[in-house]
Ligand binder design. Structure first.
Ligand SMILES: Cc1cc2nc3c(=O)[nH]c(=O)nc-3n(C[C@H](O)[C@H](O)[C@H](O)COP(=O)(O)O)c2cc1C
Length: 181
């Protein structure tokens, strides 16, 4: 048994791909949050949690926010997958803020957040997600091109398509961080 766990929540597979890669590199135990009934935090010294971004929030982050006491003293890192480009600083800062807000008041609040690019295939979207994206698209489509944020531009450019920005090499800094004890 490893002393590191990688837990992920993934709706369409992007966070899962990164989680598999990270778990392999760290020789860690891999868990799909959807299949966890009870998680024994005491078995691990280190934990990586990852989930996709949905409307700016990290999918499954409640797993951490509802167990902040069990996380105390452990090495922790969070990763996200999203369509937005993490090379744009404000995208990362927004996600860091969302994570810090969810974990506020706990030691876990200071965990580093690694933002990776994900994937999206509109033909696979659930009804709820398709509806959400259609609503967002109809708002953005009416904006003047020079008023669009980089995120809005990505949504317009990728709307209705299948795009895959997954780059597993982007996980290297997280892997290095977890190794550097
Ligand atoms: C309804 C919906 C909302 C989304 N919101 C965001 C978002 O706020 N920021 C972002 O970067 N990507 C957003 N995305 C894109 C997903 O984060 C991306 O597809 C990610 O790879 C999903 O990871 P998963 O397949 O592991 O769940 C959204 C996608 C959907 C369907």
């Amino acid at each position: 048994m490893s002393n590191t766990a990688v837990v992920y929540k993934s709706d369409y597979g992007a966070a899962r791909s990164y989680a598999i890669c990270i778990a392999k590199a760290l020789d860690a135990d891999l868990y799909n949050l959807r299949r966890i009934h009870e998680f024994d935090f005491s078995r691990y010294d280190a934990l990586v949690f990852g989930g996709g971004l949905y409307a700016g929030q990290v999918n499954g982050l409640r797993f951490l926010s509802s167990h902040t006491q069990e996380l105390e003293g452990k090495r922790l890192a969070v990763f996200t997958t999203g369509l937005s480009d993490p090379s744009i600083g404000e995208n990362v800062q927004r996600t860091e803020k969302a994570v810090a807000k969810a974990l506020v008041g706990s030691e876990a609040c200071s965990a580093p957040v690694f933002c990776f690019r994900g994937a999206l295939d509109y033909s696979e979207l659930s009804f709820k997600h398709r509806l959400a994206m259609a609503g967002l698209h109809s708002i953005i489509a009416h904006k003047k091109p020079d008023r669009l944020s980089p995120d809005e531009r990505v949504i317009l450019d990728t709307y209705g398509k299948s795009v895959d920005f997954v780059n597993l090499a982007a996980a290297d800094p997280l892997i290095e961080y977890m190794r550097s004890k």
